[in-house]
Design a protein around this ligand. Structure first.
Ligand code: EPS
Length: 389
């Protein structure tokens, strides 16, 4: 079973991810992991912290000469802005920010200082999740599975992006050229305008992010147990990202406004497509987002997430002082005006991790050679069931 946990405080010495269940024999592409970490630090609207940090992964365990051993892999990203024990530089937070973990955490841990809560609730922790998810992407690429995350909207700017194997390289280039990681330049420019305006008005901006997974084999996940359905796992992973308030698969919430005949993707069979990498089944649409009955159906997996605006507003929000109970403006901590671009990297990585976990649940083994043998043998059986000659 592929799993991970994270540890670390935002202004503590380090950020860690503990990954367990990777097979032995996977060559780790640290350049790719570091590129994902760098993308997470970027995007228009980010705050001062990102000018201090240069996130680089260190592989502390589970690796020999750049190749996994089959033992737990601990990934570390050291915090340059480490000052947790300095009471002057990390003062108490007693005026909780609406929308942040401050108030709920202070009530949970029975304290009037929200500092202990916010240090762990902080989105700094997503550096660890990106490192773990980028490692999962390195694994998935061995089986031709590509994961592509991008920003698709904010406020009133929105775009529909058709992602397929053919358009992917161009879309990736367009996304990487965009300051808000939006492959549609017009939408990206409008999102930047909104973030700029919010900055001037000491406000913040959220947005919508999408992740498309291409090359996913059918049969990942299962319908036999609710918490092992892949859509259930994906939803949990996406909702686990700081500030995410909604997750959708495929057509998502829009299903409510359409009849069944408009929602379900017809099934067809095209013998000419059947071959080594295709079983011949085609769907003219993908409203299911590649998942039916909690299992992949061979179509791309499409997941959409909605992030609320960052809770720390420079101008503050109505709040209450936890010591005096007087009405006050919420406390300001250095923050971002928008982290929507970064969120698209985080979501890409958490989705990748769940796909890799489901892949290993089906085709798992102790070594990459064994996983590949299981995968090839299963695909051969599927092809035998639907012979193309
Ligand atoms: C972040 C690190 C944090 C914040 C932000 C994202 O660093 P600092 O608190 O030192 O400025 O910039 O976190 C939040 C928005 C939050 O609510 O905690 C990061 O590395 O992504």
């Amino acid at each position: 079973m592929l799993t991970y946990r994270t540890a670390g405080e935002s202004h503590g010495p380090t950020t860690l991810a503990f990954v367990e269940g990777l097979p032995a024999g996977l060559a780790i592409d640290t350049t790719f992991i570091n590129a994902e970490l760098a993308r997470r630090q970027g995007g228009y609207g980010r705050g001062g912290r990102q000018r201090i940090e240069t996130d680089v992964v260190r592989l502390l365990t589970g690796v020999r000469a750049g190749v996994t051993l089959g033992s737990p892999v601990v990934l570390e990203i050291v915090n340059k802005d480490s000052r947790l024990d300095d009471a002057v530089k990390t003062p108490p937070v007693t005026r909780p920010r609406p929308g942040h973990a401050d108030l709920a955490g202070s009530l949970k841990w029975l304290t009037q200082d929200c500092r202990g809560t916010l240090e762990r609730a902080s989105a700094r922790e997503t550096a660890a999740r990106v490192a773990a998810g980028a490692l999962a992407q390195v694994f998935l690429r061995e089986f031709g599975i590509e994961v592509f995350g991008f920003v698709s909207g904010a406020i009133d700017a929105t775009c529909v992006v058709e992602v397929d194997a053919e358009s992917l390289p161009e879309l990736r280039a367009a996304r990487d050229a965009s300051d808000v990681y939006c492959p549609d330049s017009e939408t990206g420019a409008r999102i930047i305008d909104h973030i700029h305006k919010a900055k001037v008005e000491q406000d913040t901006v959220g947005g919508r992010v999408e992740v498309h997974v291409l090359g996913v084999p059918p049969g990942l996940g299962t319908c036999v147990q609710w918490n092992e359905r892949l859509d259930s796992r994906l939803a949990a992973a996406v909702m686990g990202i700081q500030a995410f308030k909604a997750v959708e698969i495929g057509m998502g919430a829009d299903c409510a406004w359409h009849f069944g005949s408009q929602v379900h993707d017809p099934i067809a069979y095209d013998r000419s497509l059947a071959g080594e990498s295709h079983l011949g089944f085609t769907r003219p649409s993908n409203n299911a987002g590649g998942l039916e009955g909690g299992m992949t159906n061979g179509m791309p997996v499409v997941v959409r997430g909605t992030m609320k605006p960052i809770a720390t507003l420079l101008r503050g929000m109505p709040s209450v002082d936890l010591a005096t109970h007087e009405s006050v403006q919420s406390q300001y901590e250095r923050s971002d005006v928008s982290a929507i671009a970064a969120a698209s990297v985080v979501m890409e990585c958490v989705v990748a991790f769940e796909i890799a976990a489901a892949f290993l649940a089906k085709f798992g083994g102790d070594s990459m050679a064994e996983v590949r043998a299981h995968f090839d043998a299963t695909m051969q059986l599927a092809r035998a069931l639907h012979p193309h000659e």
